[in-house]
Design a protein around this ligand. Sequence first.
Ligand SMILES: *Cc1c(COP(=O)(O)O)cnc(C)c1O
Length: 369
Amino acid sequence: MSIGDPTIFGNLPPPSGVQEEIARLLSEGKSNGYAHSMGVGAAREAVAASLSSPEFVVRADDVAITSGCSHAIMMAMDAVCREQGSVLVPSPGFSLYRTLCAYLNLKCTLYPLDASRNWEVNMDALEQVVTPDTRCIIVNNPSNPCGVSYSKEHLLQLLTFAEKHKLPIISDEVYAHMSFPGHEFHSMASLSTTVPILVCGGIAKRYMVPGWRVGWVVHCDRRNVFRNSGTLEALQRVSQTILGACTLMQAVVPYLLQRTPQSYHDRNMRVLMENAVAFVDGVKTAPGITAVMPSAAMYAMVKIEMEKFPKFPSEVEFAQGLLEEQQVFVLPGSCFTMPNSFRVVLCAPADVLADAAARIVKFCLQHYK
Ligand SMILES: *Cc1c(COP(=O)(O)O)cnc(C)c1O
C-alpha cells in the first residue's frame, strides 16, 4: 500500500487484447526506428481526439508524446520556466514536483489544500504566496495523494486566479476520468479560452500500465500566448533532448485510447471505489486516526492525531512501527509535505485492504494514549 503502482496484485489488468496488439506491432516491424521527437503521428492524433470536444478542438500538432507523464511534467516546467523563479505546487502533493523544481533550479512554493473541503485549494492562502517571481501554477486533478477530483466551479476559481496573475497552468491530469461513479471530472483546458495551459497526461494509471512509459504534454493555448512568448518553441526544443519516447509503445496508444471499451474503465473505477470503502470503513473504529474518503484516483489520506501516540515523534516513526509490527506499508505524509498523516494506495484487492485496515486498528488500539 506504499507505491502507486496498480499492477502489483494482478487484480487490475490492462485492457484485453492489448498484448496481442503489441505482438502484432512488433512483428510488423514498423516501430523499430526513430520517430519525430514530438511523437508518432497516429499517437498524437489519438491523444488530440481524446481531449477534443465540440467546443474545444485539440490538434495533433498541439500534442507531444513523452516518456511517461513525469517526463511530460518535466518538459512543461522546463519550457514554461525559462527564467529563474518560483513554481506554485500543491501541498499535499506529488513529490515529483519538488524533485523537478530542485533539478531545474526553480523555487518550489507550496500552496495548501483543505482536507475539510474535499481537498480544494485554499484560495486565500494561494493569493498570499504568489509573487512577481511566480512563473506558473501546477494543478493536479484528480489528485495524488488526496484521491479527489475537483468540481467545475473550483477549476473555474483556479482559472480566474491564473488569469488575474497572468500565470500559465501546468495541469497534471494523469488520473483524467478516474473519478468514482457519481463524481465528475473536467479537464482544465476545456474550461478556459484565455489562460494558456499545458495539460500533462499518460497511459500509466488509466490503463494500468505504468511500466510502459508513455505520456503526453498538450498545449492548450487559444490566444497563442505560448506561441508568441517562445514557450512552444522551448517545448519543441526540450522534446529533442531524448530523441523521443519509445516508438513501439507510442504505436500502442491509438489502440488503448480508441479501442478500450468504456466497460473496462467502469469496472476499474467500481473496483477502486469498493476498495476505498473497504479501507475507510475498516479503519473507522481505530482511535486517533481519520481516513478521508476519496472520490477519484487510487489513494486515500489518513490524518493522525500525533499527540495521542506519544511513542512516535512523528508520522515517519508511526509508519515505521506499522510496517514492523503489522507488516502494513504506508507512506508517511511528509513524502507529500503533509506531516501528521499517511497515504494508502487502494489498488490491493478489497479483502487485503480490509485485512490491512484491521491491522491498523489493532496498531492504533495498542499505541493510543
Ligand atoms: C503516477 C503519477 C505521475 C507519473 O506518471 P508516469 O506516466 O508513470 O510518469 C504523474 N503525476 C502524478 C500525480 C502521478 O501520480
